[in-house]
Design a protein. Structure first.
Length: 615
């Protein structure tokens, strides 16, 4: 039996038995995120995709701090070097905060709670606060706050059914009650690796071969612990006793790593100085510890063990789980996570740069982030992302077997498919349309520069005809010097040629941006756009199709033309006048009309389109 399908997971996520589930998180003000950046969770496994610096880990940290009893300050807090927002604390609109929604069922049905967490100042509550902080206030005390109008929060309903979900004063929702597990695979090291590569300075590390000698001495006690014969002094170094993992856990680890382990034991200890985990993994012909295992092996042991111990309906946060795993293991990991969703109702949010992980997920599960290279502000490019779109945005264009034509919507994709059938049906399978959700604006602003700077040769952009700028003079790209003192001229040229200034991804580090680098990148983007951006015939694809198949104004607007296809679908599929017409039926009606077009169609034989598909 294979892994659960996407439909299986959607049904599971909709089931009240998995409640509470987080359905949305919004950031009015948080780190480098654009004001009110909002991410929705409509699928039980969500992937955050974006280049380095797009705050993926920061979003995971906020989710970690969302449930009751958890705080974001475990990961992010002010120091003397980095005072987060002390200078702007007087302005409430700049207060660091996030708001999340969660679904939970009551006897009367499902309700949506809305919880706001913000940074505040309260006296340190711990009993072991250092003396120099004892009388000070903690500037990083994250706590739920009452509903506030400035953040456009919904009114809290007056309903006895939710009495246990809101505060006694009825002015705030209680935080979601949910176990959370956060695993950062870049730092998930075994006790052996922690000591060997990151040991603090002491008499052992100062000594030649000192680390080796300490491991040789201390490994004897660790070996006795695994053998079940620890001495009294050994027990002082054991934090949590040796556990033999359950057979199902061992089976899942074996499947992901492609090995047949007979048994796996795990212990938490301080034998090598700092607290860490060690494992003994036994195969049929012998065993070995984490010292002889790959870092990916140990990380999977920790991951599967941690997930297996989670309560039902928990929240699992994974930071770059692909680290040290080959593509086959990454796919098996996703299969394991799918199983956990169905078996335990686990909600999973992960950050990743891995095509092997992203391509296993549906579009609604993939959230595409991008950072402005000049300001550093992070925006959500797409809340529903095709895997190929995500690959293009992070510059992963190598290894793709097909030429890609990036289009604005499903109708444009159908037009491309029809053109391929007519012009070069024998090449079907080597040329493929890719829908970029978010329209031409996001396509030009974000995807085009990523492709241009990656020097992609296997993809073009095909925009609707109304995006064509008839007055565009591309020869200006050859006349204006690509130097920093011409930055404003290049930005104005981009507006004249593309209608906007695309994100230019300056190749510089730090906050000071080199104008020469910005201009060179912008020039490269425009030159790539000149050679790889095409347009469909007519202005609006819906109007163009209708004009060729009935008496219709080719200059009719998008809304009017789409409404006409709604009526056509209503007639073709027998929907009543008051019924909502499904989008699938509208697309089917458009596909039927397209099937009547042949090679003489102006839309199908658009010179640019015909040239690319027959190349």
């Amino acid at each position: 039996m294979g892994a659960p399908s996407n439909d299986d997971l959607r049904k599971r996520f909709a089931d009240k038995a998995v409640d509470p589930v987080i359905t949305e998180i919004r950031f009015p003000r948080y780190k480098a995120l654009a004001p009110n950046l909002t991410i929705t969770f409509s699928f039980p496994i969500t992937a955050l995709v974006g280049p380095n610096g797009s705050n993926k880990s920061s979003i995971l940290h906020a989710l970690y701090g969302a449930p009751a009893g958890k705080s974001l300050s475990d990961f992010w807090f002010s120091t003397a070097m980095d005072d987060i927002d002390g200078r702007i604390r007087a302005d409430k609109n700049t207060l660091q905060r996030f708001i999340y929604k969660y679904r939970i069922h009551t006897k009367q049905g499902p309700v949506i709670g809305e919880c706001r967490k913000a940074r505040g100042r309260k006296k340190y509550r711990q009993a072991d606060v250092p003396s120099d902080f004892a009388e000070k206030k903690d500037p990083d005390y994250w706590e739920p706050t009452k509903r506030v109008a400035v953040d456009a929060m919904a009114e809290i309903p007056v309903d006895d059914a939710i009495a246990n979900l809101v505060s006694d004063t009825k002015d705030r929702w209680n935080p979601v009650a949910k176990e959370v597990e956060y695993l950062d695979f870049r730092s998930e090291l075994s006790a052996y690796d922690k000591y060997l590569y990151h040991a603090p300075v002491d008499r052992w590390t100062r000594m030649t071969n000192g680390k080796k000698f300490r491991i040789l001495r201390k490994s004897a006690g660790l070996a006795r612990a695994f053998a079940g014969q620890p001495r009294a002094r050994d027990r002082e170094s054991i934090v949590e006793g040796v556990r033999e993992l359950e057979p199902d856990v061992v089976k899942n680890i074996s499947r992901i790593l492609g090995k047949s382990f007979a048994s796996i034991k795990l212990v938490e200890h301080t034998f090598y100085s700092s607290t860490g985990f060690s494992a003994v993994m036994r195969l049929a012909d012998g065993g070995y510890s984490e010292a002889h295992a790959g870092s990916g092996e140990f990380a999977i042991v920790r991951l599967v063990d941690a997930i297996s111990k989670m309560e039902r309906n928990g929240l699992l946060l994974l930071d770059e789980p692909e680290v040290s795993l080959h593509p086959g293991a990454q796919k098996c990991l996703i299969e394991f996570l799918r199983d956990q969703v169905v078996k335990k109702g686990t909600q999973v949010v992960l950050s990743t740069h891995s095509p092997s992980i992203v391509e296993e997920l549906p579009a609604e599960a993939i959230k595409l982030l991008g950072a402005d290279p000049v300001t550093g502000e992070v925006s959500l490019i797409s809340d529903e992302t095709h895997p190929s779109q995500a690959f293009f945005h992070i510059g992963h264009t190598t290894g793709l077997k097909t030429k890609r034509i990036m289009v604005e919507d499903a109708l444009a994709a159908e037009i491309v498919s029809r053109a391929i059938t007519i012009h070069c049906d024998d090449l079907r399978g080597t040329i493929s349309p890719v829908i970029f959700p978010g329209g031409s604006g996001n396509l030009v602003m974000h995807s085009l520069p990523a492709l241009a700077l990656a020097k992609a040769t296997d993809v073009v952009l095909l925009l609707d005809g109304d995006q064509r700028i008839d007055t565009a003079d591309w020869t200006e790209c050859d006349r204006i010097p690509a130097t920093g003192d011409n930055r404003e001229r290049w930005q104005e040229l981009a507006k004249n040629l593309l209608g906007c200034v695309p994100k230019h991804f300056a190749n510089t580090k730090g906050k000071d941006v080199d104008d020469d680098s910005v201009v060179r990148n912008l020039r490269d983007i425009l030159l790539w756009a000149r050679d790889n951006t095409y347009y469909l015939d007519g202005k609006v694809p819906e109007a163009a199709v209708l004009n060729e198949t009935e008496d219709w104004d080719p200059d009719a607007g998008t809304r009017k033309s789409k409404d006409r296809f709604v009526e056509i679908a209503r007639e073709v599929f027998g929907h009543s006048s008051s019924a909502r017409v499904p989008s699938a039926d509208i697309l089917s009606a458009q596909r039927i009309r397209l099937s009547g077009l042949d090679g003489s169609s102006p839309l199908i034989k658009s010179p640019e389109l015909a040239h690319f598909v027959s190349a």
